[in-house]
Design a protein around this ligand. Structure first.
Ligand SMILES: Cc1cc2nc3c(=O)[nH]c(=O)nc-3n(C[C@H](O)[C@H](O)[C@H](O)COP(=O)(O)OP(=O)(O)OC[C@H]3O[C@@H](n4cnc5c(N)ncnc54)[C@H](O)[C@@H]3O)c2cc1C
Length: 440
């Protein structure tokens, strides 16, 4: 049995790993120079920088056990502390209404409470489109808090209005205190509540990328093949089966890889194009640019793992301190930060000179109370073109239509975050890969 997998991110690599472990001949084709997908770690001068820090939290016990065995003592159990800094105020993360109210002025408290009460009593949201992010938050928090806090943050992060964005993201990422969540949390602590509440997580000591570098090494040790700097350019089809795929490397050299089963974790629209599926549906992805800054004369940036910065007038959405994930992410007594900046692929922020972008970020950081102008030792950028699938209201029908076209091919599956065009976490992507491997 032979399997060919496109994309060496968490989904593709985990699939390849479980197949290689059961003796299947595996070939993984990856267009980048290195493996890991969005879960990569860039390393420079003893510092490590993820593409935005990644927590590994999973309810898949087999997967967790296997990852623990693979990484041994190099897999740390960490706890995290996160806050939101917004308009000179400090809020808890995850958001919790009691805390928001306690941090607000009397007038704001009055407004937020009235809005919350109105929505809790079933007050409608005539302004919001059904199934939109805006409607979801209006319903749970009321309009005033949505207008003050969530809507501006959403626009900044996603680049689209909250009323156009599907509520899918809201339910996955803002596991805020609905009555059910609150009860679960009260009874079970973080265990019973959604993953946003998980205060402890697993993390490889040398960055999240280590997990996928080691999985890739194990695939090769078990006889599998990982071909980087290459992408599929033509699928060979016979009836309802894929019989081979031509791949091309960066120098234009081509070869055909053949398998019995195929898994694609590349963006759904790219796959549809390769299969000549006729669709005018355009998938949009929000991109991220990261400023990876090493600091001099600072041992600790803050006591938080990460800080959310929703202010629409600031360029960044998050600041992370890699050392808080693992002490090995910075040399002893030194530290660094990652400034996470949402943008669109190729736009002004994506293209801006790194020092100009740093200047803007330093200005915003100073406004937040972190004056680092004299402390920057080094800075470099990393990029994630396909960071977030922008699922707009109504898009799920079109995605489903595309998926139906793809499942006509009986030995091909499209899975993972890009392959499903779905906002999923790393452990879900890994579990999908694992399940697919188990099914063949
Ligand atoms: C800023 C940020 C923070 C996050 N934090 C967390 C977290 O704390 N915890 C968590 O669980 N999840 C987190 N996630 C989500 C996590 O990164 C994803 O769920 C996970 O990476 C999805 O894995 P995947 O394999 O499906 O996709 P990807 O990681 O995107 O991998 C897809 C792979 O396919 C390759 N590829 C694309 N096109 C082609 C092509 N044409 N040919 C060949 N290869 C191709 C890509 O280069 C990539 O290597 C975060 C995501 C972001 C953006």
């Amino acid at each position: 049995m032979k399997a060919v997998i496109f994309g060496a991110g968490p989904c593709g690599l985990t699939a390849g790993w479980y197949l290689a472990r059961k003796g299947v001949e595996v070939t993984v084709v990856e267009k980048d120079d290195t493996v890991g997908g969005l879960c990569k770690t860039a390393r420079k001068n003893g510092y490590g920088f993820d593409l935005g820090g990644h927590r590994f939290v999973s309810k898949n016990e087999v997967l967790v056990k296997d990852i623990k065995n693979l990484l041994g003592p190099g897999l740390l159990t960490r706890s995290r502390k996160s806050i939101i800094l917004f308009k000179d105020r400090r809020f808890d993360y995850p958001v919790n209404l009691g805390n928001v109210l306690s941090q607000s002025t009397f007038l704001m408290t009055l407004k937020f409470s009235a809005g919350y009460l109105f929505s809790s009593l079933g007050g409608g949201s005539a302004r919001a489109r059904e199934g939109s992010f805006e409607a979801w938050v209006d319903k749970r928090f009321g309009r005033p808090l949505n207008d003050y806090f969530f809507k501006p943050y959403t626009k900044k992060l996603w680049g689209v209005a909250a009323n156009d964005l599907s509520d899918e993201w809201a339910s996955r990422r803002i596991s805020v205190l609905s009555a059910k969540d609150a009860i679960l949390k009260a009874i079970n602590g973080a265990n019973g509540a959604p993953r946003t509440y998980a205060m402890s997580h697993l993390y490889p000591e040398n960055g999240i990328g280590q997990m996928f570098e080691e999985i890739a090494e194990d695939i090769v040790r078990l006889g599998g093949k990982i071909i980087t700097r290459s992408r599929p350019v033509k699928f060979l089809i016979s009836g309802s089966k894929v019989t081979g795929v031509t791949i091309e490397d960066r120098d234009g050299a081509r070869e055909t890889v053949k398998g019995d089963e195929y898994l694609s974790t590349i963006p759904l629209n790219e796959l549809a194009g390769l299969l000549a599926i006729d669709s005018d549906f355009k998938l949009e992805f929000r991109s991220l640019r990261f400023l990876n800054i090493t600091l001099k004369g600072v041992k600790d940036f803050s006591d938080n793992t990460w800080i959310y910065t929703p202010d629409p007038d600031m360029i960044m959405t998050r600041i992370q301190e890699p050392k808080k994930y693992s002490p090995k992410m910075a040399p002893k007594n030194k530290t660094s930060i990652i400034v996470e900046i949402p943008c669109d692929y190729g736009d002004q922020i994506w293209r801006m000179d790194v020092n100009d972008l740093l200047d803007t970020a330093i200005g915003d950081l100073a406004e937040l109370g972190f004056d680092l102008r004299a402390n920057v030792a080094d800075v470099f950028s990393t990029y994630a073109k396909y960071a977030y699938p922008v699922v707009k209201v109504g898009a799920n029908d079109q995605i489903e239509a595309l998926r139906k076209e793809i499942i006509r091919f009986t030995n091909l599956k499209s899975l993972g975050r890009q392959g499903l065009f779905k906002y999923i976490f790393m452990d879900t992507a890994m579990s999908m890969g694992m399940k697919w491997a188990g099914s063949i």
